[in-house]
Ligand binder design. Structure first.
Ligand code: 2P0
Length: 327
């Protein structure tokens, strides 16, 4: 399909954090309270086409062919319009190749793809860092999906958020890893991340400890990646995941993102490890279990997770590339 100068299509891949982000130091600019380190996944992605259309009354957003309330997107698009000095409303068409809003990081790939497609359609040529800062304002985890391979998101210190962006740590092919996603539910989660994170300092007695230990965890993970130390990377990511879920459970009202199959899959991963397979789980704000392993072990991990009662599918993924244009 031919695009005019007011349209662009982009693809961005989902990512999972090995050291987790949770909590904000500022909600208006969406500034994270802690940094995070993630890997980008090639099997889960969002394709987004943005067209700025003069005469359109309001932004029109379609996700997977269904019209969606533009509220969460119009403010985001307004920043781009202001920067590009245009007023036209946008038509946004977006497809995920996986279930939306079920803890598979659709907001990460979604806002990264939207940031790239919308800025390009508006005639802007932003640097990856500028794109990361923009994507962050749509969703914290989206700042990391601008990059491929291993990426680190910085919490930043400035009030204006200009130092809260992600940066690449290592290319995907410099250290290939696989992730097996055990899908245990395909319905949207009951409490989205933004709501779950609101006023955490008042809602959890564990919050100060969470923020206080973040730098130590990030430094350890940076070292594990630098050393290509898989056992250390895995142990740290499982620890960060369990610490995050401890925080979620301690939040008033308690956030329980797991179902029975989630817990069964966690035990299956630990059993594999007891049997000598190097595999570690991580879980986000949803019921899916992501098992991180080395490519030589992936078949075995898939076979084991497919056997877990309640696991609907075990989807394998390698590490993905940076967000890029498709047209
Ligand atoms: C992460 N998660 O680091 C953490 C771990 C989920 C658990 O980032 O409010 O959708 O849009 O910034 O990015 C999910 O939160 O939240 C998330 P907002 P986002 O991947």
């Amino acid at each position: 399909m031919r695009h005019g100068p007011n349209a662009a299509t982009a693809r961005a891949y989902s990512n999972i954090a090995l050291i987790k982000y949770w909590g904000k130091r500022d909600s208006a600019l969406n500034l994270p309270a802690v940094g995070s380190i993630s890997i980008t996944l090639d099997a889960l992605y969002t394709d987004t086409r943005v067209t700025f259309v003069s005469g359109l009354e309001q932004d029109k957003i379609e996700i997977g062919g269904r019209t969606t309330d533009p509220a969460r997107f119009t403010g985001f698009l307004d920043r781009i319009r202001q920067h590009a000095d245009i007023t036209a409303r946008a038509r946004v068409e977006s497809w995920n190749n996986f279930p939306t809003g079920a803890g598979l990081a659709s907001s990460a790939s979604g806002f990264a793809a939207l940031a790239l497609a919308a800025t390009q359609a508006a005639g802007l040529n932003l640097s990856p860092r500028e794109l990361s800062i923009l994507a962050r304002q749509g969703s914290g985890s989206a700042a990391r999906s601008i990059f491929g391979g291993y990426a680190e998101m910085h919490r930043g210190e400035r009030d204006d958020g200009t130092d809260a962006f992600a940066e690449p740590l290592l290319d995907a092919d410099a250290w290939p890893l696989d992730v097996v996603v055990a899908i245990t539910a395909t319905t949207s989660k009951s409490v989205n991340s933004t709501t779950g994170m609101q006023d955490l300092d008042q809602r959890s007695d564990y919050y100060d400890a969470w923020v206080g230990h973040a730098e130590t965890d990030l430094a350890a993970m940076r070292e594990a990646i630098e050393d290509r130390d898989f056992a250390r990377l895995g142990a740290l990511s499982e620890m960060s995941c369990l610490k995050l879920h401890g925080l979620m459970l301690s939040t008033r009202p308690g956030l329980i993102y797991w179902n029975a199959a989630t817990v069964a899959a966690m035990h299956a991963v630990r059993q594999l490890r007891a049997d000598g397979v190097g595999v570690y789980f991580t879980i986000d704000a949803g019921p899916q279990v992501k098992a991180v392993c080395q490519p030589a072990d992936t078949d075995r991990v898939v076979a084991a997770l497919e056997q877990v009662p309640g696991v609907l599918e075990a989807r394998r993924s390698g590490l993905g590339p940076a967000a890029h244009r498709l047209d």
